[in-house]
Design a protein around this ligand. Structure first.
Ligand code: SF4
Length: 344
């Protein structure tokens, strides 16, 4: 069993069951996450017996790096192979002074959003917490200066809230400031397609940032783009956002992919203003990344700017986000873990 599948408390109680002081869990996890140890033998401040016991019961898995593709803008797309031979992708995005890593939470996805390549494969399985954590740990080790990796976004393959228990475990380790990966919760964001019934639990279980992939302002358009809207229509989703237990000073990010002639009219922008009125919100406008096999087109520049202008005029913080890594299919909605696209 991969030891990363255990939380600190679970490891402490396992140690206790084997007559080892639970505080050793802290030491072991520090070796794994802070010192990037690959073997229990490397953990020189543990006695030989403990190291042997751990080696007999656990492994410290790394993901198998099949391919790394680098975009003209410096974005790096990692194709990883999992223990069972399945594949996932993670995307490292260079910003001015730091890196952001976009990670996957499932192999494929069941939600079927029409603008997303991941949707085509359907859902193969959930990732374990250890596999989510490993994407961060393994990419950090690849960097000359791992400290520059400061931001994590769960916006890769899969719907994170559909893999709830494993997501919470991964978030605990990623944000554990003693013996975990030490990311500030302010710099970790989980994006959901809108599983409204999970939002309250999520908000009480963690204090990382929440993003909602909204993409439409009426139920007919949203259900066409995102079939999950039939189960969790806009009213239900936005009500869950209104009562979401937001930390002081935080806002919910609403992502809005702008698709020509589908959701980018003046009326859409005005409706969006009304819909978000009672929510502490900021908005990311993402011009659609065109890709093969999908008929949607990116909105005209004039429509994008007009939409943006209306949000600004209504005092919203709204940013036009041009996705990076488009030339290597690493941009928003383009992840497919399609091995045939890689020269492994
Ligand atoms: S956009 Fe996200 S939730 Fe929708 S199909 Fe793609 S991966 Fe799944």
């Amino acid at each position: 069993m991969d030891i990363k599948a255990l939380s600190r408390d679970q490891l402490a109680s396992w140690l206790q069951d084997h007559d080892i002081k639970p505080y050793r869990a802290f030491q072991i996890l520090k070796w794994i996450y802070l010192r990037q140890a690959d073997t229990f033998d490397a953990m020189t401040d543990l006695g030989k017996n403990i190291r042997a016991l751990l080696s007999n019961h656990f492994t410290i898995n790394r993901l198998e790096k099949i391919h790394i593709e680098t975009s003209q803008d410096g974005t790096r797309k990692y194709l990883f192979k999992l223990e069972d031979g399945k594949h996932i992708e993670s995307v490292l995005i260079p910003e001015k002074n730091h890196y952001t890593l976009c990670i996957s939470s499932q192999v494929g996805c069941a939600l079927g959003c029409r603008f997303c390549l991941t949707a085509r494969t359907g859902l193969a399985r959930n990732l374990t917490g250890g596999e989510m954590i490993a994407q961060v740990r393994d990419v950090a080790r690849d960097l000359d200066d791992p400290k520059r990796l400061t931001n994590i976004v769960f916006m890769g393959m899969g719907e994170p809230l559909a893999n709830y228990g494993n997501l919470i475990h991964a978030l605990e380790t990623i944000t554990d400031s003693d013996a975990g990966l030490k990311f500030s919760s302010r710099r970790v964001t989980v994006s959901t397609a809108g599983l409204a019934h999970k939002l309250s639990d999520f908000g009480h279980a963690t204090n990382v940032n929440l993003a909602i992939s909204l993409n439409a302002t009426d139920n007919r358009t949203r259900s066409m783009l995102m079939p999950i809207n039939q189960q969790h229509p806009l009213e239900k989703l936005l009500e869950a956002c209104r009562i979401y237990p937001l930390q002081p000073g935080r806002r919910i990010t609403f992502e809005y992919i702008l698709i020509r002639g589908v959701n980018d009219t003046l009326e859409d922008a005005k409706r969006l203003v009304r819909l978000l009125r009672l929510i502490r919100a900021k908005i990311n406008l993402i011009p659609f990344n065109e890709h093969n096999g999908c008929d949607f087109l990116r909105s005209e520049d004039s429509a994008i700017h007009q939409f943006h202008e209306i949000l600004l005029r209504n005092h919203y913080t709204a940013i036009i986000r041009h996705s990076k890594g488009e030339d290597i299919s690493a941009a928003c909605g383009q992840l497919s873990a399609d091995r045939t696209a890689h020269k492994a």
